[in-house]
Design a binder for this molecule. Structure first.
Ligand SMILES: [Zn+2]
Length: 273
């Protein structure tokens, strides 16, 4: 098993005890917010009235429950210059963005938020009928300016992290997707260098089988297949661009879907791995 460093919340607490620590103040805000969010979960629900219908007179709490779990992982690139820049960005209220994890170029992984909390990383998004991906997912940012390859150390740490998350929360293979998948036309991350095929070979997301000699049957409905995979087909041209960037390493952004792309889609839809 690869060794990579994870800054766990406990570690952050120890560090924040030192008064000169850079993130001392934001860690205090984190703890205060976490306490506020958890407080109403601790007591048995009050009897209440919905639209004039009385539900019950006395509180009744069931005894069979646990925590809701994330079911998706959304992968991003930071589009920033360094991990320090991103950590500073995610610890300022004004930016209103965050992620659960940040993977640095040297393979270091920082955890910034407990997996059970809702990070603000997806924004306006859609996937397979879901419109609140932040509530259902874990967000992973990878330190990358948007125009460069990802490092070997980054990718091996990412794979280890994904393996842990997949096991812990039983996340389906198809639910490891990119920010651009859920926000086509608005987001392009992770960039064209991101090795989606390597991820699929490790069980995170799907890839297509060989297209050699494949004949796409007449009448194959590309937009229907893209919708079935999960894409929001409100603006098909933006989805075509996102799809080609991910599966054909084509960032021409011409909003066209040529015969090569149709073959790939057909294989992905009918014969994925
Ligand atoms: Zn993103």
């Amino acid at each position: 098993m690869r060794i990579y460093s994870v800054i766990l919340l406990a570690g952050v607490t120890v560090l924040s005890a030192c008064s000169g620590y850079k993130y001392h103040q934001s860690n205090r805000v984190y703890t205060k917010q976490a306490k506020e969010l958890v407080k109403p979960l601790k007591s048995v629900p009050d009897p209440y009235v919905v639209q004039g219908i009385s539900i019950q007179e006395e509180p009744v709490g069931t005894v069979n429950f646990d925590l809701r779990k994330p079911n998706y992982v959304i992968i991003h690139h930071t589009a920033q210059g360094s991990c320090t820049e991103t950590l500073d960005f995610f610890t300022k209220k004004a930016t209103k963005v965050s992620s659960h994890y940040l993977v640095c170029k040297d393979g270091t992984v920082s955890q910034l938020l407990n997996d059970y909390f809702r990070s603000w990383h997806a924004g306006v998004s859609y996937w397979g009928g879901l419109t609140d991906l932040n509530s259902a997912s874990i967000g992973i940012e990878i330190d990358n300016n948007g125009f460069e390859p990802f490092t070997v150390l980054q990718m091996s740490s990412l794979l280890e992290l994904l393996k842990n998350l997949k096991q812990k929360y039983n996340i389906p293979t198809a639910n490891f997707i990119g920010h651009s998948d859920i926000a086509p036309g608005r987001k392009v991350d992770p960039n064209v260098w991101f090795p989606w095929k390597d991820l699929a070979m490790n069980g995170f997301g799907h890839w297509y089988s060989d297209t050699t000699g494949v004949t796409v049957p007449e009448g194959f409905d590309t937009n229907m297949a893209l919708r079935a995979i999960g894409y929001d087909m409100k603006n098909p041209g933006s989805v075509y661009d996102t799809f080609k960037r991910k599966y054909l390493q084509d960032s021409s952004n011409n909003k066209q879907f040529d015969s090569a792309a149709i073959k790939v889609l057909y294989q992905l839809y009918t014969n994925p791995f």
